[in-house]
Design a protein around this ligand. Structure first.
Ligand SMILES: Cc1cc2nc3c(=O)[nH]c(=O)nc-3n(C[C@H](O)[C@H](O)[C@H](O)COP(=O)(O)OP(=O)(O)OC[C@H]3O[C@@H](n4cnc5c(N)ncnc54)[C@H](O)[C@@H]3O)c2cc1C
Length: 418
């Protein structure tokens, strides 16, 4: 990874999975493009990309016709192919979404309808007995089985994308936080912690900080990122046999989160989680990490209060997860009844960059926007990592159109010629 250059055709701000996937895609289309990735942390994949459930989703949940539905289904297929080609372990361990009572069946039916409309491969409704064959320790009245849902280490995938970027001539600079953006005079000036870069165009893929960079570049303050901390527990090694693959509850359709799930990871670990609690910092991997500017940003956003009015009951429910591990485990024990509080150890945490509209809406779908000479990823929650290759194509198509990449430079007319 090299130092930043003062000039380039295209700057990609953010070295998470989306910035790297998009840089890779653009260099594959335009091998002569002078591109550099600017990442604020000392290494790539430090934030959401390195702190997630590691699930290659298949598109069961998402509203048919949404960007999430389209890009997840395509992205999952492409990601498995990519991992095969690059020798990255990606395991199709399968997933069950378990209804624990008759009251959840209408929601399970709706998920099945969405999954079919989205073309999720092999999706099937199963009964109690089939559930017991697939996940012997799970219990419920019915379930959906998605046999192709898989697991991968997304940080490893991001490293492979980074290697592709560098092999194609792109530069990646870490420890380079962009702190100011000024469009004008045929270039974008990007002020950063290692000086200044003047780029013809820029892509901002800054995850939890995407709203701030968009505003710096002259974009809309709506939506704002409100960080939600997601903490996990880890099953003790001798209890990992309780989970073969991935066990999920039927989610609350009002929320963009999938509920506390049990996920096997490629290294063998089984995690239980995540929670969804408002965080006091956009990098609150530790409970006590506090960033006054992040708190101020959350508290001065009108959408925060509208969201709180709508979801106060859910919020109170989530607060229980601050109590000793028992309550958290009890939630997962609804669908894996043998689970006991003594079966778990503390686990890692992630922070979701959740976009919240001024009207209090938790923005569900992927959102992309533009400002002068720039494109922005404004909301890329789960399944953003699964969809990375498809999102990269989507953004690259837009960049080709908006930035005129690959088009020969305009020839000055005779009148303009000296
Ligand atoms: C708890 C949790 C569980 C999840 N589970 C899954 C899952 O199972 N499957 C799935 O598909 N998705 C999952 N996701 C979602 C997935 O992780 C994200 O969609 C994906 O990582 C988004 O990638 P990104 O590159 O946009 O963001 P990030 O990985 O957050 O990267 C953004 C980068 O921008 C950099 N940056 C920010 N500001 C600046 C600046 N000013 N200058 C320079 N660089 C800057 C940051 O340092 C960071 O490296 C989960 C997310 C969370 C939090």
């Amino acid at each position: 990874m090299s130092g930043p250059r003062g000039e380039c055709d295209l700057a990609v701000v953010g070295g998470g999975i989306l910035g790297l996937a998009t840089a890779r895609e653009l260099l594959a289309r335009f091998p002569d493009l002078d591109l550099q990735v600017l990442e604020r942390e000392g290494s790539i994949a430090t934030h959401q990309t390195g702190h997630n459930s590691g699930v290659i989703h298949q598109g069961v949940y998402y509203m048919p016709g949404s960007l999430k539905a389209e890009l997840c289904v395509a992205g999952a297929r492409e990601l498995f192919d990519y991992c095969d080609a690059r020798g990255i372990p990606a395991i199709r361990c399968g997933k069950v979404i378990v209804a624990t009572g008759d009251g959840e069946l209408p929601r399970l039916e709706e998920l099945e309808r969405r999954g079919r409309a989205n073309g999720v491969p092999g999706l099937r409704r199963i009964d109690r007995d089939e559930l017991a064959e697939i996940e012997p320790h799970a219990a419920g009245v019915a379930a959906l089985h998605s046999p192709q849902t898989g697991i991968v280490d997304f940080a490893q995938v991001a490293s492979a994308y980074a290697a592709d970027v560098e092999a194609a001539g792109g530069a990646i600079t870490t420890g380079c936080e962009v702190t100011g953006v000024w469009p004008g005079a045929g270039r974008l000036r990007l002020l950063h912690s290692r000086g200044e870069t003047r780029a013809k165009h820029a892509l901002f893929c800054a995850g939890a900080w995407s709203d701030r960079l968009a505003v710096m570049a002259g974009g809309s303050p709506d939506p704002r990122i409100v960080p939600f901390r997601g903490a996990y527990l880890r099953l003790r090694p001798e209890r990992r046999h309780l989970v073969r693959g991935l066990i999920y509850p039927v989610p609350d359709p009002e929320l963009p989160f999938l509920g506390v799930h049990l996920t096997r990871h490629v290294g063998g670990d089984v995690l239980v989680g995540p929670t969804a609690l408002l965080a006091a910092a956009r990098d609150a991997y530790r409970m006590l990490t506090i960033a006054p500017s992040d708190i101020a940003s959350t508290l001065t956003w009108p959408g925060t209060y509208r969201m709180a009015r709508r979801f106060w009951r859910t919020g109170l429910g989530e607060l229980r997860h601050l109590l000793p591990m028992g309550t958290f485990v009890a939630e997962a024990a609804r669908y894996v009844p043998e689970l006991r509080s003594g079966d778990v150890l503390p686990g890692p945490a992630g922070v979701r960059a959740q976009a919240v509209g001024r009207d209090g809406r938790l923005v569900d779908d992927f959102v992309f926007s533009h400002s002068e000479r720039a494109l922005h990823v404004r909301n890329a929650p789960s399944p953003g990592a699964t969809s990375s290759l498809a999102i990269a194509r989507h953004i690259a198509d837009q960049a080709e159109r908006d930035f005129g990449l690959g088009r020969p430079p305009a020839v000055p007319s005779k009148e303009q010629s000296p």
